[in-house]
Design a protein around this ligand. Structure first.
Ligand code: HMG
Ligand code: MG
Length: 288
C-alpha cells in the first residue's frame, strides 16, 4: 500500500527572497528547471509583492516567462494585493497564494497591516483569483511563534486559517516562520486548526532554525497532514522575521519521509542536484 506525501517546493520563492545579493535570472531559471525535473507537482517560484520590500523577487515575471514548464506542474506565485494578483495573472502563474499572520506584530512588520486589515485586503484578491480560475492557497505565518510576541495562541492560528478557508483557499499552509516552535506547540496549534478544517486542506511549513522542523513534520503526519512545504538546499528565511533561518531542506525532508515509509514521487538524484544548485547560491553570498 502506498502512503503518498507531497512536498510543495518553495525554495525559488521562500528560499531566494531572503538572499541579499542579486541572483542572476539565469540561476533562478536553472534552479526551477532542475526542480521541475525532480518531480514536484507544485513549485512556488515567484512573488508579486513590493520590490521595495523584497527586491530579490522583482524579476518574478521574467522567472515565470523563462522557465521550461513541465507538463502537470503548477508554478505558484505569492501575491500581496490586487496589484500582485494582476501581475501574477499577466505573468502566467498557475496558482497564487495569499499570506496572513496569526500574530499582529508580524502582520504589521511583514505587510504593514493589522491581521483584520490584511484579510480585508485579500478578500478582493481571492475573489479575482476565483473569477480568473486561479487556484488560491493561503499561508498562516507565525502560527506558533512570533519574533515580536513570542508564543502565539493556537486559537489565533485557527481563526486566521478559518478566515483564509472562508476566502476560498483550497489549502492552508501553517507556518512556523521563525523555525523555533517545539513539536508539542505545533501539535497544540494543529489540534486547534483541525477543529475547523480537515487535515487534507492543511499543509505544514516549518522553518528549521532550531533544528525542530523534521520533528514538527512527524507531529503533523501523526495528525493526518500529508503536504509539507520545503526549500531545496534549506535556503531561506523571511526578510521581515528577525532570526528566521532557512526553510526545512527538501532533500532532508524527502529522505526522512522515505525512512518513515512515505512516498513523495521525487527523483532523489535530481533533487540532490537542485539542492547543490541552491546551496551554491548561498555560498556565493558567503564568499562575497
Ligand atoms: P506598503 O508600503 O504598506 O504599501 O506595502 P504601498 O501600497 O504604499 O506600497 C509600497 C510600494 O510598493 C509602492 O511603491 C507601491 O507602488 C509598491 P513606491 O510608490 O514606494 O515606489 N507596490 C507594489 N509593487 C509591485 N507589486 C505589488 C505592489 N504593491 C505595492 N504587488 C505591501 C504593503 C503589502 C505591498 C508590502 O508590505 C509588501 O509587499 N509586503 C510583502 C512582504 C513580503 O513579501 N514578505 C515575505 C513573504 S511572506 C513569507 O515569507 C512568509 C511565508 O513564507 C510563510 C511563513 O513562513 O510564514 C509565506
Ligand atoms: Mg516561509
Amino acid at each position: 500500500m502506498t502512503r503518498p506525501v507531497e512536498i510543495f517546493e518553495v525554495g525559488p520563492r521562500d528560499g531566494l527572497q531572503n538572499e541579499p545579493q542579486v541572483i542572476p535570472l539565469a540561476a533562478k531559471l536553472a534552479l526551477v528547471d532542475c526542480l521541475s525535473r525532480a518531480g514536484f507537482r507544485r513549485i512556488e517560484c515567484a512573488s508579486f509583492v513590493s520590490p521595495r520590500w523584497v527586491p530579490q523577487m522583482a524579476d518574478s515575471d521574467r522567472v515565470l516567462a523563462g522557465i521550461a514548464r513541465a507538463p502537470g506542474v503548477s508554478y505558484a506565485a505569492l501575491t500581496a494585493n490586487m496589484r500582485g494578483l494582476e501581475a501574477a495573472r499577466a505573468a502566467g502563474a498557475d496558482e497564487v497564494a495569499i499570506f496572513a499572520s496569526a500574530s499582529e506584530g508580524f502582520s504589521r512588520a511583514n505587510i504593514n497591516a493589522s491581521i483584520a486589515e490584511s484579510l480585508e485586503r485579500f478578500a478582493p484578491v481571492a475573489k479575482a483569483a476565483h473569477e480568473a480560475g486561479l487556484p488560491l492557497r493561503g499561508y498562516v505565518s507565525c502560527a506558533v511563534e512570533c519574533p515580536f510576541e513570542g508564543a502565539v495562541a493556537p486559537a489565533a492560528a485557527a481563526r486566521v486559517a478559518d478566515a483564509l478557508a472562508d476566502l476560498g483557499c483550497y489549502e492552508i499552509s501553517l507556518a512556523d516562520t521563525i523555525g523555533r516552535a517545539r513539536p508539542e506547540a505545533v501539535a497544540a496549534m494543529l489540534e486547534a486548526v483541525l477543529q475547523g478544517l480537515p487535515a487534507d486542506r492543511l499543509a505544514g511549513h516549518f522553518h528549521d532554525t532550531a533544528g525542530q522542523a523534521l520533528a514538527n513534520v512527524e507531529v503533523a503526519l501523526d495528525l493526518g497532514l500529508r503536504v509539507f512545504d520545503a526549500a531545496a538546499g534549506g535556503l531561506g528565511g523571511c526578510p521581515y522575521a528577525p532570526g528566521a533561518a532557512g526553510n526545512l531542506a527538501t532533500e532532508a525532508l524527502a529522505a526522512r519521509l522515505a525512512d518513515l515509509g512515505y512516498e513523495t514521487g521525487l527523483d532523489a538524484a535530481v533533487l540532490a542536484e537542485a539542492a547543490d544548485m541552491a546551496r551554491a547560491l548561498r555560498l556565493r553570498r558567503e564568499a562575497t
